[in-house]
Design a protein around this ligand. Structure first.
Ligand SMILES: N[C@@H](CCC[C@H](N)C(=O)O)C(=O)O
Length: 273
């Protein structure tokens, strides 16, 4: 089986082309691929499938204009609705492989079609859609209890501004969250403001543990930061810089939707024995 390894701000993925949807990608197979010692190593797997060959029910509403479907799996083998960095790396893979031309095109995901924009090289942007903003919830993580904003980017997030620098946090232990608030689990972001519309964030991802970046988490964090700054991201346009361990991404709120922009890099092609 051939694979490509790529990352978006060091949120890394094993990419597998399966255009006709023939591969039986079990949870244990995904966990093996993502194992950093016994396998290839990654935060998740991106299976590249023609939308018409995707498993029935994986595309919401049953239909999509997109030629390609991003089948995203977390490192533990679980399925997630969306991956913001993943869809940017997925688009870079399509263009580099000649499966799509540079420009603007939709990618089908379990969280709906996402419109990506990219050139032959350089950053990849994605229209992440309108964040769905809820109330607050609390989480025990990194030796503290933090309260933050519940946000859905297709997948669930709890974005908490914390009083301490995020650099010193120990995120080796899974967060303890409200199962009532998050029956499907949650991705937890901890952030601190570091400038004007500029935050730094750490993340503990559902199904993958601490990662060096999370695109949906960066948007959720910008939502929480904007609300705390008195700006409604659904009605007021603004641009946010989000630093993560693996680099920097930009989140733009405009016209009621959200855009995520940043690097997406393919680093290796290989063959699995
Ligand atoms: N790293 C991703 C999010 C991947 C899915 C997440 N772990 C979940 O289970 O919802 C991103 O860049 O958005």
């Amino acid at each position: 089986m051939r694979f490509t390894k790529g990352h978006g701000t060091e949120n890394d993925f094993v990419i597998i082309a399966d255009p006709d949807g023939e591969l039986d990608l079990s949870a244990s197979r995904v966990a093996f691929l993502c194992d950093r010692r016994g396998g290839i190593g990654a935060d998740g797997v991106l299976r590249v499938v023609r939308t018409k060959a995707a498993e029935p029910g994986s595309v919401p509403g049953g239909g999509s204009d997109a030629e390609w479907f991003m089948d995203y799996r977390n490192a533990d083998g679980s399925v997630a609705e969306m991956c913001g960095n993943g869809v940017r790396v997925f688009a870079r893979y399509l263009v580099d492989s000649g499966l799509a031309g540079p420009g603007t095109f939709p990618v089908a995901t379990r969280g709906g079609d996402k419109i990506v924009t990219l050139g032959a090289e350089g950053d990849v942007s994605v229209d992440m859609g309108a964040p769905v903003i809820f109330g607050s919830s609390s989480v025990d993580v990194a030796g503290g209890t933090y309260t933050g904003r519940k946000v859905s980017m297709g997948n669930p997030h709890l974005a908490c501004r914390i009083g301490d620098p995020v650099a010193g946090l120990d995120l080796s232990v899974p967060p303890v969250f409200s199962a009532e608030d998050f029956p499907e689990g949650v991705n937890v972001e901890l952030f601190e403001p570091v400038g004007d519309r500029h935050v730094t964030m750490r993340v503990y991802e559902r199904g993958s543990g601490e990662t060096r970046s999370c695109g949906t988490g960066a948007v959720a964090t910008a939502v929480a930061a904007a609300l705390l700054a008195g700006s409604d991201p659904l009605t007021e346009d603004s641009e946010w810089t989000v630093d993560v361990l693996g680099g920097t991404v930009v989140v733009v709120f405009a016209g009621g939707t959200s855009h995520l922009r940043g690097p997406a890099t393919l680093v290796a092609d290989g063959v699995l024995r």
